[in-house]
Design a protein around this ligand. Structure first.
Ligand code: SAH
Length: 349
């Protein structure tokens, strides 16, 4: 019998299944608390359940866990990057950042990615597979266990395109922010997408209070297509309309992410175009200086150019922040740690 992934079940589903096993519903609440509040790593730990019940759970259910392969800590800002191995051998990475407002974890939503963005390391080897809700949760849980500190913010900005794994993402979001688990405020959760317009609309209709971030990176379709293949499928007009719809449905301001690449998207006219897009809909802008990936050939502009770009947006009264560069000394760019490890293994073979 194929075991059910117990950590991906909602409390209601767990109640139904336990009832079918002839158990009382409160047992489901106890088990759910072990899984999601205490983040138990085995059924044996569940000390308020009878041995017989623990045995039955063991037979029926799989407890997903991640094996930490490597952890790197930045010498400059205490950012920690984790490389985890999944049960089937696939690798994923997660990052923990310490801010004054708490601990933030950046998680992966897929092993690899099939979106093909030209500047990104995560997509170099394509998509291996989608992550399950439990594998997304377990990144947060494993880091909580390892550091002994509560995680207050979660960003789905690691490897993978979250809206290309929609059902698992949604389940993950509900388990992460629901009662009886970590109960992280939806307002402290951000999902970043390259712009799968229909799924942005779908997410809007879920009426969650999470922040949506759109990876824009270019202000014309022509240029965006040269950087992001997905732009050929969903043109700017459609993606931006979906983001406006998200704002209308949820009342949450959308963030535009814009990674500055020297000579590609950092000119005055790019800033003007970005200001026009953000100004019209009231989007927030987050500027990121490109994290150079050796396989990719792009370079970031100098600090002065980044600041000039920011000034230009501010002059147009756009709400803009520059993302603090964290963990650059530890392969901070998306997918670099994972890709580096895969490359090493290939060379050894
Ligand atoms: N697939 C999602 C989330 C993963 S990437 C998305 O596309 O939004 C998180 C952010 O980092 C995205 O804005 C992505 O475009 C950006 N990014 C990827 N590689 C980068 C690099 N080398 N330098 C700067 N930003 C990068």
């Amino acid at each position: 019998m194929l075991k059910t992934d117990i950590k991906s079940l909602t409390i209601e589903e767990l109640k139904t299944q336990l009832q079918e096993m002839g158990e009382k519903p409160f047992r489901a609440t106890q088990i759910y608390a072990w899984l999601h509040e205490k983040q138990a790593e085995s059924f044996a730990q569940m000390s308020n359940l009878s041995m017989a019940l623990r045995q039955r759970l063991e037979e029926r259910y799989a407890l997903v866990s991640l094996e930490a392969v490597r952890m790197q800590e930045s010498a400059t800002d205490k950012t920690q990057k984790y490389l985890f191995r999944l049960a089937d051998g696939n690798l994923i990475e997660s990052v923990r950042m310490c801010y004054h407002h708490g601990n933030s974890v950046c998680i992966s939503s897929q092993a690899g990615c099939r979106m093909g963005c030209r500047f990104c390391a995560s997509t170099l080897d394509g998509l291996a597979r989608n992550l399950t809700p439990s594998e997304m949760l377990e990144q947060v849980y494993a880091i909580t266990r390892h550091t002994g500190q509560r995680v207050s913010h979660v960003v789905v900005m690691g490897t993978g395109e979250p809206l290309d794994n929609y059902d698992s993402l949604l389940r993950f979001l509900l388990l992460l922010t629901g009662e009886g688990g970590l109960h992280i405020s939806q307002r402290n959760v951000t999902v970043s997408t390259c712009g799968i317009a229909p799924n942005i609309c779908r997410l809007a209709r879920e009426r969650l209070q999470i922040t949506l971030a759109l990876s824009l990176h270019a202000v014309t379709d022509q240029k965006r297509r040269t950087l992001m293949p997905i732009a050929a499928k969903y043109p700017l007009e459609e993606v931006l309309a979906a983001c406006e719809y998200y704002q209308e449905e949820t009342g949450r301001r959308v963030t535009l992410e814009y990674s500055l690449i020297e000579g590609v998207n950092d000119r005055d006219e790019d800033a003007a175009g970005l200001a026009a897009i953000a100004g019209k809909a009231g989007f927030h802008v987050n500027l990121i200086s490109l994290n150079p990936v050796s396989e990719r050939g792009f370079v970031p502009p100098g600090r002065a150019r980044v600041e000039a770009f920011q000034n230009k947006l501010e002059k147009n009264r756009i709400n803009v922040t520059i993302r603090r560069e964290m963990g650059r000394d530890i392969d901070g760019a998306c997918g670099q740690l994972r890709y580096g490890h895969i490359k090493e293994k290939k060379q050894e073979a």
